[in-house]
Design a protein around this ligand. Structure first.
Ligand code: PEP
Length: 243
């Protein structure tokens, strides 16, 4: 089954690094009809990547506003004009560092949907919430708030990335069984609430040496990879492994 692999470069790499990355990764064995690889660099490198790489390119965020006096922000309409077709939204680092709420992320989804950009929406519980057995409650609340106001057709384009906050960058992951069960929970909830089938990715401390645990998981349509996507050799091997 075809997989989606999203690389989140976060605020890493200079133009020179990105150029070297492209040179390396463009030479790997990859069938573009089989899997979807989406690389999300800092905004300023999107045009360079789009012009030079054989993979898809996405943004790491988008403004909740359409246009106007929002210094430093980038709108969905501007991303669309650069031929961007995907954007990560609601990453836990943005929720934590920039106080993004479900309400703000809902507006960002709206901007993306209106501009034909597929949102890759991150949701996940904190360590404390997990210890209190509140994972499903948190995910349910997030989904119902984030998906508010969209048609069935629009919802079917949303990709959800299940990223437990405690797993991001920590080297610790849920067990494969826990990931499968949580992905099932998310899909089932969306199916019964909205009559829509959505794709669910897993993200959090994925690396090459543990990749075998994540390949072939039921209900998982792909992966969101942070740290390991910055290392071009490691990321290339992951892409080759799933191909
Ligand atoms: C992320 O930033 O979305 C992520 C999954 O990071 P990492 O792979 O480094 O845990």
């Amino acid at each position: 089954m075809s997989k989606i692999v999203v690389g989140n470069f976060k605020m890493n790499m200079t133009l020179q690094d990105v150029a070297q990355y492209v040179q390396y990764i463009n030479n790997i064995n990859f069938n573009p009809n089989q899997n979807e690889i989406i690389l999300c660099p800092s905004y300023i490198y999107i045009p360079y990547l789009n012009n030079n790489i054989k993979f898809k390119v996405g943004a790491q965020d988008v403004s909740a506003n359409h246009m106007g006096s929002y210094t430093g922000e980038i709108s969905a309409m501007q991303l669309k004009s650069e031929n961007v077709k995907y954007s990560i939204l609601g990453h836990s680092e943005r929720r934590m560092n920039f106080r993004e709420t479900e309400n703000i992320i809902n507006k960002k989804i709206r901007q993306c949907v209106d501009n034909n950009i597929k949102p890759i929406v991150c949701i996940g519980e904190s360590k404390e919430e997990r210890l209190m057995m509140k994972t499903e409650q948190i995910l349910r609340r997030s989904i119902l708030d984030l998906f508010r106001g969209f048609t069935k057709e629009q919802l079917s384009d949303i990709i959800v990335a299940y990223e437990p906050i405690w797993a991001i960058g920590s080297g610790i992951t849920p067990t494969p069984k826990e990931i499968e069960e949580t992905a099932y929970y998310i899909k089932d909830l969306v199916r019964s609430a909205y009559k829509v089938d959505i794709r669910v990715l897993y993200g959090g401390s994925i690396n090459l040496s543990d990749m075998h645990k994540f390949i072939g998981l039921n209900n998982i349509d792909g992966y969101l990879i942070g740290g390991a996507s910055i290392d071009v050799e490691e990321f290339s091997k992951i892409v080759e492994l799933i191909s």
